[in-house]
Design a protein around this ligand. Structure first.
Ligand code: ADP
Length: 595
């Protein structure tokens, strides 16, 4: 679109726009800073939490060592340091039973969840089960063995002879060296893995002649151990736990030294950040992995992760962006308006000057009696009338445009027989058309009438005729048609009925020319006020109001106005559609603004 021929300097706008963009950039920087600070805080917090997990792992392992050692020392306290004379029998079972009883009742160390206890004579291979199974013959293996409670004299299921052999072999193989009083080992017993606690029995010469011990299921043992440990107050400092139970903060995975998992506490997941530590050999070399529970991360992290301000800053940034966009848009509009006003003033002045100059020239010619013949005198008078009409039309358009912005100014609609009214307009326009040797033909439906404001109708049609004359070639033919539209042929019966009804309810006035036509997106733009199309490169002058006034008036009569290609594919056809007299309602009191 060729909209502008003059530029109004608006020096303040770029500076203001730059300032707004600057404010927006600063807001963006602040958001970035806030985000960056939040990120490094989160990293620090995560490292802190990782350190908590590492500390918990380390303290779990160390306290486990101490706990298991204390537990085994209590259990084997009657048998560890006692030496029997060379070739004498092993210590009596009662010495061991006393330790078992004490451990179960003292509540002073980790209870041993043993399937059974035993005394093994390595010289004879004889294994005595403690407490003695009720029915040795009925026992077939460990499969049904439960943790026996010696104190309660709960009966244990006797191990099979194959199982006893496996235990004996493991005990012999892993007997701790002299100086080590007891140990915990993992042994294959039958098809399963078992925890075996062993205290060797030595004679006075230091030779190992047997052992006392117990057999337990590894998962039960590990569970008992972990439950016991997490009652310990020093697993995590109170300053960190703030009195929360340890098992609500930590979760653990326990495996044998060769990596077989034996126990995992609830909430364990491989995805958690954990740390691993191994227990001492005396405590079976168990491997413990400890992690913070996910909900504990949130609870413990509270102190570490300060609440992020990023959402507030992002909100502020968006608000700033929105405000900047709105202000820039308004500035642009204001700039555009200033430019349009300047254009308008320039165009109107130019439009006024041409006919005024003609009127003045021919007026003076007449006044000074410079005409040489009657024909010349009549011609001069005709020019004056014609140019005065153009002036009138221009003033009408301008007035109409300013009225559109003041809704209180109304129209005076009345029933108008359209064919005679159009003939009158065409006749008034013909002298102007003759100046360019343009022929106007008309095809008017004599029966059509509408409720319109006469002067509005005249102005709409004159504007279209004036444009057709301005933008079309010399010696062209302009066709004015008044008709009812032909209903479109559609297959659907209901749609066809609707089409026919619509066709009956409206009339169309069209003005066809042989000019360059109007194409593409321009077809809609040219209806806006002050907008001049590509054809404004044409020598024809104008101020971009004619079509805006046509559409405004058509709309106020509940009608429409548009442009299409003229029949034959050459030139434009401008159409005004108005409701027929019987259905028409004039939007007299509430006009829409053309701007
Ligand atoms: P003006 O004629 O004063 O420029 P209008 O509102 O009457 O303003 O028309 C807007 C634009 O539409 C014109 O600048 C012109 O480019 C285009 N236009 C209007 N009528 C015709 C026509 N009959 N043929 C070609 N272009 C036209």
């Amino acid at each position: 679109m060729a909209r502008s021929r003059s530029t109004t300097p608006a020096t303040g706008i770029p500076a203001l726009a730059a300032l707004l963009v600057g404010v927006f950039c600063i807001a963006g920087l602040l958001v970035y800073e806030a985000w960056n600070t939040g990120r490094s805080r989160r990293e620090i917090a995560e490292r802190g939490l990782q350190d908590y997990a590492a500390y918990a792992t380390w303290s779990t392992a160390r306290i486990a060592d101490a706990t298991v050692t204390a537990s085994l020392a209590t259990l084997f306290r009657g048998v560890v340091s006692a030496r029997v004379p060379v070739n004498a029998s092993l210590l009596p079972v009662s010495r061991f039973e006393e330790g078992i009883r004490y451990l179960e009742t003292c509540d002073c160390a980790l209870p041993v969840p043993a399937s059974y206890y035993f005394r093994l004579d390595s010289r004879t291979g004889e294994m005595t089960i403690i407490p003695p199974p009720r029915d040795e013959a009925a026992a077939s293996g460990f499969a049904t063995a439960k943790v026996g409670s010696f104190a309660n004299q709960q009966v244990v299921t006797a191990p099979s002879s194959a199982a006893r052999l496996d235990v004996s072999n493991a005990v012999v193989k892993h007997t701790p060296p002299p100086g080590v009083n007891f140990t915990l080992i993992f042994a294959r017993v039958g098809d399963s893995s078992r925890v075996v606690g062993v205290a060797p029995q030595r004679d006075s010469s230091g030779v190992t002649i047997g052992a006392f011990g117990f057999v337990a299921e590894p998962d039960v043992y590990a569970r008992t151990l972990i439950n016991q440990l997490w009652r310990h107050p020093q697993i995590l400092p109170l300053a960190i736990t703030r009195g929360l139970p340890i098992d609500s903060l930590l979760t653990a995975l326990v495996s044998t030294p060769d990596g077989n998992e034996v126990y995992r506490s609830s909430g364990w997941s491989a995805a958690l950040r954990s740390d691993t530590a191994s227990l001492a050999r005396a405590a079976g070399g168990l491997r413990v992995r400890v992690a913070l529970r996910p909900d504990a991360v949130a609870r413990l992290g509270k102190g570490l992760i300060l609440s992020s301000r990023v959402p507030v800053w992002v909100g502020l940034l968006l608000l700033t962006g929105l405000l900047t966009a709105i202000i820039l848009r308004n500035l642009q509009r204001e700039h555009e308006l200033t430019r349009l006003r300047a254009d308008f003033t320039a165009s109107v002045s130019h439009e006024l000057r041409t006919p005024l100059a003609q009127i003045l020239l021919f007026g003076e010619t007449l006044t000074l009696g410079r005409t040489r013949s009657e024909t010349e005198r009549v011609r001069a008078a005709e020019v004056i009338v014609r140019e005065a009409r153009r002036l009138m039309q221009l003033v009408e358009n301008t007035l109409q445009f300013s009225r559109a912005e003041r809704p209180v100014v109304g129209l005076s609609p009345e029933r108008v027989e359209l064919a005679p009214a159009l003939r009158e307009v065409i006749a008034a326009f013909e002298p102007l058309a003759e100046t360019r040797n343009v022929t106007i033909v008309s095809d008017l439906d004599e029966t059509s009438s509408a409720i319109v404001d006469r002067s509005a109708l005249r102005q709409m049609v004159l504007n279209l005729l004036d444009n057709a004359l301005k933008y079309g070639p010399r010696e062209q033919t302009i066709a004015v048609t008044l008709s009812s539209p032909q209903p479109k042929v559609v297959a659907d019966a209901a749609m066809l009925a609707l089409e026919q009804e619509t066709a009956l309810r409206v009339i169309r006035i069209s003005v066809d020319d042989e000019g360059p036509g109007i194409f593409g997106g321009t077809r809609e733009d040219i209806w806006a006020p002050f907008v001049r199309g590509e054809s404004s490169d044409h020598p024809a002058t104008g101020c971009g109001l004619g079509l805006a006034v046509v559409r405004e008036l058509a709309t106020r009569h509940s009608g429409k106005a548009w442009v299409e290609t003229a029949p034959g594919g050459r030139g434009s056809r401008f159409v005004i559609e108005l409701p027929c007299a019987d259905v028409q309602r004039v939007a007299d009191t509430a006009p829409s603004a053309v701007a």
